[in-house]
Ligand binder design. Structure first.
Ligand code: 3UK
Length: 533
């Protein structure tokens, strides 16, 4: 299909042009075309797009046909462009068919965290006013009650396999050809719900262009991803981090994605790496720490990997150093968010600053501001604001939160406290709402945690504010040990003196508690609010 611009030139629909300055889109643009159909036109039909831990391989030709069938199946049920389809789907090829089939048909997929509870699903399905819900039968115990509680609720209820109405049955009856819905680059494409530490989850509305921007600016220009890469992500597809790592980046460059539908543990991750030989591995700090703790026992083979990535929370320098020592591999730490869709400040190949998130990814701008919105100087902490063309346009049905977060012109308030050094590297200081005032001075819980983790017996640490006898806020540390037997007064004194020596004097933890584990979100973030409670 071709269109004519006002200037009389002819442009193909659904095309992208990229240069250093900007990424431009044809007036008619449906993002399923460059990510799915383009590979057939470019001779990659027989290449493997997806490999699963169950031994299933899906080629680019099979993927394109199944995407069409899934899109037609949804249209056949009566869904219309703009309708929402909630997905509670494990990491499986069906996730790809549904997500892209919906987008190609103009329907808006809303993938949800598969670890939520019935109450959460009830809220989100109701909030999104979804016309259809599709789920993997594993999640029956939580999705079932949520659907029962909603009346009338979504008109269409579909399992990816098993009982009742199933996706494979619908796809078998649907046509294998589908014309892309004639959307534009700034039309809504998909939503991702983000759960803050307080309040209800909010649906971030992403546009057709957003996955192109993250795949090109971070995937290609930062990671150097190409069609030769094999991508394996410990972070699941429902998380914006996993969605990029294991779906949009491989599909953008014509590479291969390895899917694992189980629980990420050191054993399962090392086993997948040995079996499928990925070139890029994407993890979170907690998992890297656990993989290091069982490294000797598992004796892994990581020789296929060229580069590792970490995001979700800041990567402690100790983990970076130990991983390099054991595997010879670098870990690129970068900060991303659901609202910006993927990583927007990152370390680079050959330019890694331990303890820093790095510098803005090409195409993104970052500013650190004080309470009045004025930019602060180098070395001063403030709120991190970021601008980029992958920024969500709004939160669904939430004008207040939208106004507070989406500042206009694609600027987003991240809610993080950061400082920038003289060389332009950005350092995470904590969530703005987790920062402590100790003796009147802003204190980063994260800085104290990083210091504690320098001790060889410390696996993880979390610091929160606690009031002392005088009702003043002081740091309290919760510490997980590599050897729980080592807990005791002696180690406590050692950790305290480590902090006193290495940090400003007011920052040492006044209380140290040894615990078996830290409360975490499904995506691996420490829930400091639960420790405070
Ligand atoms: C924190 C980090 C320090 C930070 C994400 C990569 O985590 C992702 O998205 P979420 O919406 O959370 C966003 C918040 O998480 N954070 C993430 N990465 C780092 N803090 N260093 C880091 N490297 O508070 C941020 O505001 O769950 C990560 C790609 C896509 C993502 N959505």
């Amino acid at each position: 299909m071709a269109a004519t611009t006002g200037k009389g030139e002819t442009v193909q629909d659904h095309t992208v042009t990229t240069n250093d300055e900007e990424i431009t889109f044809s007036p008619i643009f449906n993002v399923a075309v460059p990510f799915i159909d383009r590979h057939l036109a470019e001779g990659r039909a027989a290449r493997v797009a997806i490999r699963t831990n169950h031994g299933e391989d899906v080629t680019y030709a099979e993927l394109a046909e199944r995407v069409n069938r899934a899109g037609n199946a949804l249209l056949g049920l009566g869904l219309s462009p703009g309708d929402r389809m909630v997905m509670v789907v494990k990491d499986d090829p069906a996730f790809f068919y549904l997500f892209w089939g919906a987008i190609k048909a103009g329907i808006v997929p809303v993938p949800l965290n598969t670890l939520l509870r019935a109450k959460d699903y009830e809220f989100i399905i109701g909030d999104s006013q979804a016309s259809a819900v599709v789920w993997s039968p594993e999640y029956d115990p939580e999705v079932g009650p949520a659907l029962e509680a909603l009346s009338p609720g979504p008109a269409h209820r579909i399992r990816t396999e098993g009982d009742g109405l199933t996706l494979p049955a619908l796809m078998a009856d649907a046509g294998s050809e589908l014309a892309p819905a004639p959307t534009t680059a700034t039309d809504d494409a998909f939503w991702l719900y983000s759960s803050g530490s307080t309040g209800n989850p909010k649906g971030a509305i992403h546009r057709q262009r957003d996955m192109v921007v993250t795949s090109q600016r971070y995937g290609v220009e930062t990671l150097g991803a190409s069609g030769d890469d094999v991508f394996f992500s410990a972070a699941k597809l429902f998380f914006a981090y996993g969605l990029g790592n294991a779906m949009t980046f491989p599909l953008w460059v014509g590479g291969t994605s390895i899917l694992f539908d189980g629980r990420p543990t050191p054993e399962t991750m090392f086993d997948m790496i040995r079996r499928f030989r990925p070139t890029l591995y994407f993890g979170v700090p907690t998992l890297y720490a656990a993989q290091l703790a069982s490294f000797d026992e598992l004796d892994p083979d990581t020789s296929s990997v060229r580069l590792c990535v970490s995001a979700g929370e800041a990567l402690p320098p100790e983990i970076l150093h130990r991983w390099k020592e054991r595997t010879g591999l670098d870990i690129l730490d970068g900060i991303g968010s659901t609202e910006l869709l993927h990583i927007f400040i990152s370390n680079r190949l050959g330019d890694i600053k331990p303890g820093a998130s790095g510098r803005p990814v090409p195409g993104y701008r970052a500013r650190i501001v004080d309470e009045d919105g004025e930019e602060v100087g180098a070395g001063e902490a403030g709120r991190l604001l970021v601008q980029g063309a992958s920024a969500a346009r709004a939160y669904w049905n939430n004008p207040d939160k939208t106004a507070r977060t989406m500042l206009g012109d694609d600027w987003v308030d991240t809610g993080d406290t950061y400082l920038r050094d003289d060389d332009g590297y950005f350092y995470y200081q904590g969530r703005s709402d987790d920062m402590l005032k100790v003796g009147g001075i802003w204190t980063s819980p994260f800085e104290i945690e990083a210091k504690l983790m320098e001790h060889p017996l410390v696996l993880e640490a979390a610091v929160v504010g606690r009031t002392d006898e005088a009702d003043l806020v002081k740091p309290a540390a919760y510490v997980v040990l590599t050897d729980p037997e080592a807990a005791g007064d002696e180690l406590e004194a050692e950790l305290r003196s480590l902090c006193k020596q290495g940090l400003a004097p007011y920052k040492y933890p006044r209380w140290i508690e040894f615990v078996d584990e830290l409360p975490k979100t499904a995506t691996g973030k420490i829930q400091r609010f639960r420790l405070r409670a």
